[in-house]
Design a protein around this ligand. Sequence first.
Ligand code: GLN
Length: 195
Amino acid sequence: MRIGVLALQGDFALHARALEKCGVEAVEVRKPSELDEVDGLIMPGGESTTLLKLIDAWDFAPALEKFHGRGRPIFGTCAGLIILAREVESPRQFSLGLIDVTVERNAYGRQRESFEASGVAKLDGGPIALEMVFIRAPRIRRVGPGVQVLAEHGGEPVMAREGRVLVATFHPELTDSTAVHRYFCELVSRSAIAP
Ligand code: GLN
């Protein structure tokens, strides 16, 4: 099993390290054709407007849609989530619409641009304690009926999943715990076996 990390911009190297800690081969993906070589993809945090420009410049959107259509799991953190969302506010911008959520960018205000919090995620093996690092994070303002909320902070969803698309508003690659990456690796391994 090989998992790609979209390496156009943002903190892709730490995601690759977290995958390696889970015993999975991580592959940096820089061209759309490289998606053919991986079983799942992480879209890291960074700056979604810059990421969008690069996605456009490399014509990545159709390849990402095809990858999703082939049942390959995608995990978007922070800016990655913003790219995957159905709707983006503040300001409105293009997104792929692969998970039925509405997100508001930079929505914690100046005082709380970056902060850490503890929480509990409801993953497959039962509840897991999480340290969550938020960096100019978006807030998930709406989740569609098909979306499962996996973790909350202050009563709001911060990690969610719809089918094979997983998203988090925080940065799991910045903590020592590999629980969230392990959860994604399991999702990828199950979907690689399934037809
Ligand atoms: N604030 C960024 C954006 O709106 C996201 C920040 C992040 O990925 N850590 O694109």
